[in-house]
Design a protein around this ligand. Structure first.
Ligand code: SF4
Ligand code: ZN
Length: 328
């Protein structure tokens, strides 16, 4: 049995290939907590109403746990935390919702499940079945854009002042490289910036795990038995898969590459002058950088596949939560 290089008493469960140190679950948790809390200390404000986008997967489950710990520890900030799971209506999500509920209950955090079908009029499963064979886009492309818009709208409608997500270092470096490959400087700056900037209709996002490797999270969640789904969404497709494979290959032969590249891009994007100001989509009224937002463009296609007359997103089901979501 290999002992932890930090405390010297517990069994090591994770090896950091950059430093060569092996850590036990407690010391790994301390290391991750330090990084996550430094982000929260910098980006959360007194009185924040924090909505954690909690899919029930390992990343968002750890993000919820650390956010709740932080709010309990730093009481003077008077944070209120709730967990929200967006149910896209797939079989995969069904099992992770149960785990999300279980963790929220264990942490004594209010948990809400929002149905994609209630907001859009269709589920991801409805859409997946309706996409014509050979179509240029897959269900994952629609889901990524629509999920992002729904989570922002839910956060805003229930009165959250900040949206915490479980994005980790691996997710963010993949997204940045995708932005680079597409030549999308605005998106790169938006992904990387961490100053808290208020934009009409857009709830600021905080990503406490942005300096944490995915494999650190997986090792910790398993070792501590945190209720979380460990599988990957079976519908995941697109450019991200290939980029992930290439970056993982580089990281394996040059440990620390992901973090170095991420810090470099973070620094670079803080110096870039791009116009990331938002306006309102002329169809749905949600914040966007163009006249018609990407979600409306994709939703229009989705409705066409299903033969439904185009409809706007429906936020009526959230009205009852407006004043009550953050009440204990
Ligand atoms: Fe949706 Fe794609 Fe994420 Fe699956 S991987 S939940 S399809 S965005
Ligand atoms: Zn729109």
């Amino acid at each position: 049995m290999r002992l932890c290089d930090i405390c010297g008493s517990e069994e090591a469960i994770y090896t950091n290939y950059v430093t060569g140190a092996s850590l036990c679950a407690n010391c790994l948790m301390n290391s991750i907590r330090r990084r996550a809390w430094s982000v929260m200390k910098r980006e959360l404000l007194p009185g924040d109403k924090v909505m954690v986008a909690h899919s029930g997967g390992k990343d968002s489950s750890l993000a919820l746990l650390l956010t709740k710990e932080f709010s309990d520890e730093v009481r003077e900030l008077d944070l209120k935390v709730i967990s929200v799971t967006l149910d896209e209506g797939t079989l995969y999500r069904r099992s992770s919702i149960e785990l999300a509920r279980k963790l929220a209950e264990r942490l004594r955090v209010r948990h809400l499940t929002i149905q994609m079908r209630d907001i859009l009029g269709f589920s991801l499963e409805d859409l997946r079945l309706a996409i014509p064979k050979g179509w240029k886009r897959n269900a994952c492309t629609y889901c990524g854009v629509l999920r992002r818009q729904i989570l922002n709208a839910v956060a805003r409608e229930i009165g959250a002042t900040v949206l915490v997500t479980g994005h980790n270092l691996d997710d963010l470096i993949q997204t940045s490289i995708m932005n680079l490959v597409r030549g999308d400087a605005n998106a790169l700056v938006k992904t990387m910036r961490h100053e808290r900037k208020y934009e009409e209709g857009l709830v600021p996002r905080v990503r406490p795990l942005k300096y944490v490797y995915e494999r650190e999270i997986a090792s910790l969640v398993v070792a501590l038995g945190i209720p979380a789904h460990l599988g990957k969404c079976p519908l995941a497709q697109g450019m991200r898969i290939g980029i992930r494979r290439e970056i993982d290959f580089i990281e394996d032969s040059n440990p620390g590459s992901k973090l170095r590249a991420f810090l470099f891009l973070e620094n670079l994007s803080s110096k870039m002058k791009v116009d990331v100001s938002l306006r309102r989509c002329s169809l749905c009224g949600e914040p966007t950088t163009s006249d018609i937002c990407k979600a409306c463009q994709l939703r229009g296609e989705a409705f066409r596949f299903m033969g439904i007359e185009d409809k706007n997103i429906r936020l009526d089901s959230l009205k009852s939560l407006k004043d009550s979501a953050f009440q204990s």
